[in-house]
Design a protein around this ligand. Sequence first.
Ligand code: COA
Length: 193
Amino acid sequence: MALYPTYPLQTERLTLRPFTRGDVDAVFAYRRLDDVALYLFDVALSREECALAVQQRIAQVALEAEGDKIILAVELTETGALIGEVSLIWRSVDARQGEIGWIFNPTYHGHGYATEASNAILDLGFGPGDMHRIAARCDVRNDSSWRLMERLGMRREAHFREHAIFKSAWDEEFVYALLWQEWHAMRHPESSD
Ligand SMILES: CC(C)(COP(=O)(O)OP(=O)(O)OC[C@H]1O[C@@H](n2cnc3c(N)ncnc32)[C@H](O)[C@@H]1OP(=O)(O)O)[C@@H](O)C(=O)NCCC(=O)NCCS
């Protein structure tokens, strides 16, 4: 089922919206940092590379075909500050599989904003997106990321050891996932009695 969300998505403290051309400096503020890039496939980005990334994200607002991505800017509703981004990838149309991801500006870590935005993305995928399973993966050393997956109620499904090369060394990866029925039971605990 194709997914054309109506934007913005609102949560208690956050506004999730498509990227715009005016977002380049706010994105550069965190994508230029080596700490942020440590466990990303990308290295730290130049301002020009950021401008290109934002340009691509402007069009990544709907899921029409397998492999499509929705990547949304996350704003603090109270101030309008852009604090990070969350993504949803359509991995399999037939099996209704999705994958979520996140990158936040370190200035805004530690407040539960990534959890709040990611819960909204899970609700989008499992609700209007009609997905059956949504996964997430990270380097095993990326404690902040797998702890976020656990806060979201995702289960650790795999620990891949030396399964790939990442930044010139063996990669160790955790895969977490959530099934539709697990998400539904979390959101509607009364109906699982
Ligand atoms: C992964 C990442 C998004 C996690 O960010 P985060 O700030 O740890 O996550 P949250 O915004 O959900 O905040 C959770 C923290 O805030 C605290 N917190 C405060 N208020 C909270 C609330 N209302 N709800 C939930 N947590 C809250 C939690 O206790 C937790 O603190 P802890 O880490 O000391 O246990 C961030 O580390 C990041 O952007 N990393 C760089 C990019 C990256 O590696 N991306 C992933 C690639 S796989």
